[in-house]
Design a protein around this ligand. Sequence first.
Ligand SMILES: Cc1cc2nc3c(=O)[nH]c(=O)nc-3n(C[C@H](O)[C@H](O)[C@H](O)COP(=O)(O)OP(=O)(O)OC[C@H]3O[C@@H](n4cnc5c(N)ncnc54)[C@H](O)[C@@H]3O)c2cc1C
Length: 304
Amino acid sequence: MRIIELMAKGQFVSLEFFPPKEQEKWPEFFEEVERLKSLRPLFVSVTYGAGGSTRDRTLDLVAALKGAHGLVPMAHLTCVGAEEQALGEYLDALAAAGVRNILALRGDPPKGETNFIPSDARFRYASDLVAFIKARHPGMCVGVAGYPEKHPEAPTMAADLAALKTKVDAGADFIVTQLFFDNALYFEYVQQVRALGIAIPILPGVLPVLSMASVQRMAAMCGASIAPEYLAALEAADAMDQAAKERGESATAVPDVGIAHARDQVLGLLQGGAPGVHLYTLNKAAACLRIVKDAHVCPLTGSC
Ligand SMILES: Cc1cc2nc3c(=O)[nH]c(=O)nc-3n(C[C@H](O)[C@H](O)[C@H](O)COP(=O)(O)OP(=O)(O)OC[C@H]3O[C@@H](n4cnc5c(N)ncnc54)[C@H](O)[C@@H]3O)c2cc1C
């Protein structure tokens, strides 16, 4: 089923997973997925590892999420290491597995490098990938990334919005945003995008902060800002967690603060008219279940 048609039915929750590295972790992974089915996600997406390192795993996982688990999957795909013939065959394999949705991305430069160097000049930007997918599989529903705080490499917001327009003109069906911690950034972004005449859905991505180390790493990587008050609350919670660990007790203060913040974001986004919310699950069911249930958004999304 194509996500764009499903989106038209009303507000929803969608979930993003990453493929576990080791095959022996898959049963555990699918247990988390099964627990999250109670949220009735509109679709579930599976990331594509740096350098295409998870290509086959991404394919196997999306096929299993659709087949054995009855979910609507979306496979992420990047331009990293893209080469026309292999890419075409990969798309054919996704289509043969019944996958109808792809998130088309450029991908990040490999670790330690600052510039993205395309392995094939035909796949320099995500827009090239969108055009390629649409030409080979016109029925495929294609999402692209959007950046409420600007992509870190873009010189200006205007330049980044122009790049977004190129992806939309190439045939993108919807946009999923980079994570952000302040809903005002999302609503402002929607206005900026709409001012360019782009009418496709803009799905906000929400990350629950579960550890200080991971939020610092992710914010540095994607350029997401953290408001001083939120940062102060996380730092105070982190200090409590450190003290708890020293006493040999469990440390829950940071996840508690992070989950409460994500819950408020989810509620505010849906009440503010976002088409749905895309949760970066980090493959952790418990946190996502708490966020959605505590937000009491069931009447809006059916995620009971
Ligand atoms: C929801 C989401 C999911 C993601 N999932 C993954 C994943 O699974 N695997 C992964 O490796 N990465 C993933 N990423 C990260 C993504 O690959 C990086 O953010 C990457 O740096 C940019 O990808 P893009 O698709 O936005 O690229 P693009 O849209 O190609 O943009 C990249 C840069 O080039 C500029 N640009 C674009 N087109 C042009 C043009 N025609 N002329 C000049 N400049 C241009 C843009 O402004 C931007 O600065 C994800 C990001 C998001 C938001």
